[in-house]
Unconditional design. Structure first.
Length: 272
């Protein structure tokens, strides 16, 4: 996407880094590797497979692509993915759990390529999903895309959150408030916190050169979550199903560039 090239690397008063035009190339490369790996794991998501086996596959593919896993060793975490099944909202730990027919799951991968971080997650289905699970996945995906559509210079982060929240709540679902998107680039997490709810015109103003994730978590039931004793796994308090999609994006003169588009067109479980 064409960019005007008039912005320079700096930090805003809100602590958000404004990257230079050349930095977009690094993010494209990292994002493409993350998205490719999520494409590659898709055929393996079947009933009878363990989440540990999926993680082992991703770990091997990260190495095969010449990348580094950003999550292995991060705050003591030991896996190349977070895999969140059914009522797990996020940060599910891979293990011996066997997928059953109809399970829905989010696989989240972050890689480092030449110092740049590519971060993306998407939904998968083991077998065929129930109608209510299908609808949850559809609403969550559409919410992400509406959030991305609100990304343009002069808009605010509140505009992004509002676009997501209004779509989710119009469909009688709820947006998780305990977790959010984040800035990234040559670091895993940086300002700003990207809330998936909010009021139009509030929050920091979007500028060319900002890099961040948008990653709404949507529950069929209430928005409240709790973190289990492992200090990682977040679940819905009411045990309702939860879904999440995540893209890494950069703000351009025209809007948003998505760094983590699926090369194989498999970002949604009904595609590809």
């Amino acid at each position: 996407m064409r960019m005007e090239g008039h912005f320079r690397g700096r930090i805003t008063k809100d602590g958000i880094r404004i990257h230079e035009e050349a930095d977009f190339a690094g993010m494209r490369a990292a994002g493409r590797v993350a998205a490719t790996i999520l494409d590659e794991v898709a055929p393996l998501v079947q009933p009878g497979v363990t989440t540990e086996a999926l993680d082992d596959f991703v770990r091997a593919r990260v190495a095969a692509h010449g990348a580094i896993s950003a999550t292995i060793g991060y705050k003591g975490y030991r896996h190349a993915t977070c895999i969140s099944v059914n009522h797990v909202v996020c940060h599910g730990i891979p293990g011996p759990k066997v997928l059953k027919a109809g399970d829905i799951l989010n696989i989240d991968v972050t890689v480092i390529v030449d110092g740049w971080y590519g971060d993306s997650s998407r939904m998968y289905v083991a077998g065929e999903a129930t109608r209510k699970a299908e609808r949850l996945i559809e609403v969550t995906h559409e919410a992400l895309m509406r959030g991305i559509a609100a990304v343009r210079p002069g808009n605010t982060f509140g505009d992004i959150g509002h676009a997501i929240q209004t779509h989710v709540e119009a469909n009688r679902m709820s947006v998780v408030r305990d977790f959010c998107g984040h800035g990234l680039g040559r670091v895993f997490h940086a300002p700003p916190n990207v809330l998936h709810y909010g009021r139009p015109g509030t929050g920091p103003v979007l500028e060319e050169g900002m890099f961040f994730t948008i990653e709404p978590m949507v529950n069929l039931g209430r928005p409240e979550t709790k973190v289990l004793a492992d200090d990682w796994t977040a679940v819905t308090r009411d045990k309702s199903l939860s879904a999440q999609f995540e893209h890494s994006v950069g703000v351009t003169a025209e809007g948003a560039e998505i760094f983590t588009l699926s090369p194989a067109g498999r970002f949604h479980p009904t595609w590809g």
